[in-house]
Design a protein around this ligand. Sequence first.
Ligand code: ADP
Length: 348
Amino acid sequence: MYSISTLGSHCALQVLKGAKDEGFKTMLICEERRINLYKRFRFIDRLIMVKDYKYEHVCSEPVINELKDNNCILVPHGTFIASMSVEQIERIDIPFFGNRYILRWEADRTLKERLMVDAGIRVPRTLTLDDLDNGKGKVLAIAKLHGAAGGKGYFLASGKEQFMQQYNRLLSKGIVNSMDDLYLQEYVIGVPVYLQYFYSPLSKQVELLGIDRRYESDVDAISRIPAIHQAYARLEDITYTVIGNSPLVLRESLLDEAYKMGERFVDSVKRLVKYDMIGPFCIEGVYDRDGNFIAFEFSARIVAGTNLYINGSPYSYLLYDEPMSTGRRIAREIKLAIESNELDKVLT
Ligand code: ADP
C-alpha cells in the first residue's frame, strides 16, 4: 500500500484530494500555523506537523521515518522550491513523483532559456542597455532581478533614461549593487496565458489539462483606475504578486500549436536533462496580436493555476469522462504504474 504526501501549501488540497479519489492514503506535512486550515478536510488521513518548510524540519528523522514506513511518494510543488535549495530538494530521501533534476533547470535563467530555445519555443529578446534606444525609438524593457520570486522588484522602462532612473533608485536602496544584478528583456505586449500540461511516461502522450491566467497585484489593479490617477500612484515599484488565477480557454485554432509546443518541450527534456519529463509542467508566456506565443517561463512541476480545475477543466473533460484534476492525474499515473510494475518510470 502506497501513500501520497506533499507540503501543506500551494496545491496540496488538490493533490491530496486527487490521491484520495484514486484510493491512496494521504499524508500532509504541515507547518503549525496552517494546521487549522488543513484539518478541515476529511480526505487528509494524516497531518505530520513541522515547524516550517525548511529542509531540516521537513527532512528530520521522525518525519522521514514516518514517510518511509508508509511507502510514501512525494509530490513536489512551488513551496518546495520557495523554501529549499535545489541541492536540498535533490537530496530528499523519499521518492518523488516527477523529475526532480529538472528543477535545477527551472531555477537557473540560462538553463531555462536554453531548454525553451531547444524546444523551438519563442522567448523574449535579451537586451543590453544600448538596445533600449535604438535607431527607431525607445524600446520597452522589463528589468528582472536575478532569483526574484513572483516578479518582485521587476520594473519597466521605455528607453535608457527611464531605465537609469529606476536603476539608480534600486542602487540607492541597496537592492542592486551593479548592472549584473539585473536581467533586461524585451517587454512583450500580449495576453498572459499559462498552459498546463501533463506528460505520461507510461502512455508517452502529452495531455493539455487546463489553461489559466494569473491575476497579479499591482499590474492587474492599475487598469482599474484612469490614466490620470495612474500617473500619481506610487508605481515605480509595481509588483506582479500573484493573488489568484482565472480560467481561460484558447481560440481552438491555437490549440494544435499549444499541443506541439508541449511535445517539443518533452523531447528537449529527453535530450538535455537527466531523466525524462514526468507528469505536470507549465509553459508560461503571452500571445501577441498575431497569435504567436512568446514564453518567459516554464515550471517543471504542478503549478498553482491547476487549482482552478479540481473538478476537471474544459480540456481535461475532452480527454476523460470524469473529473480529472492535475492532482488526480498524478495519482492515476502512480496507480497505473504500480499496476503495470513500472513505478521506476514515474519516480526519481
Ligand atoms: P516569476 O517566475 O518570478 O513569477 P516571471 O518571470 O514569470 O516571474 O514574471 C512575472 C510576471 O512578469 C509575469 O507573470 C508576466 O506578467 C510578466 N513578464 C515577465 N516577463 C515578461 C516579458 N518579457 N514581457 C511581458 N511580461 C513579462
